[in-house]
Design a protein around this ligand. Sequence first.
Ligand code: ADP
Ligand code: MG
Length: 238
Amino acid sequence: MATVELENIKKRFGKTEVLHGVSIDIQDGEFIVIVGPSGCGKSTLLRMVAGLESISEGEIRIGEARVNEREPMDRDIAMVFQNYALYPHMSVRQNMGYGLKIAGMSKSEIKRRVDEAAKLLQLSDYLERKPRELSGGQRQRVAMGRAIVREPSVFLFDEPLSNLDAKLRVQMRVEIRELQRKLGVTALYVTHDQVEAMTMADRMIVMNGGVAEQIGTPLEVYERPVTIFAAQFIGSPS
Ligand code: ADP
Ligand code: MG
């Protein structure tokens, strides 16, 4: 497990600042949901934690380590994206093991990790199938399997359920939380869906226009929204 600390994180694209200084200390094993409307900077913030986007100002620490300049592979994180980006010509097993193969891991260790992740995700019977032969939910689990096999301390999710139908989405919320608890990992989860945030988060970051307007448990934000935006977006209508 690992803590994640964001300290006054700012992001500029050219002259336009899109994140205006976001700070949060995330505990070991905590499930944090970053929630807010489209364009508020959720993905950019997550991508900065992942190392896919440079940091204009501020500091990111994972565990004890300052990671600002570290490559994504060296950050003890794995990311699950909205469009799972599975390789269509590869089997489930190959998709899940590909990153490890690239990293030069031995075949036997890759097999061990993929088999273990497949078991956890109930994909053991599907390892030789191609992505097109799977349901939406199974594809989503393959994407998670690809992250799990790396055995990171921190999981990053960017709207992983937005391509699924409503019923499956509700089911996957529960599955993701169960998996996260079982693995004992810290998670940062991005969504624009208030209900998803309310039902999944230990604490949530309510973002608006590049600002973290409120950080708190779902109950705190619901009962005591600190800005008009938080009240309208999440909070009770009182
Ligand atoms: P969200 O994920 O909350 O929908 P994003 O983080 O994708 O928001 O985007 C936040 C803002 O940053 C938006 O105004 C978006 O247009 C801008 N932005 C994102 N990526 C880039 C980029 N590579 N170059 C310029 N602007 C960008
Ligand atoms: Mg986004």
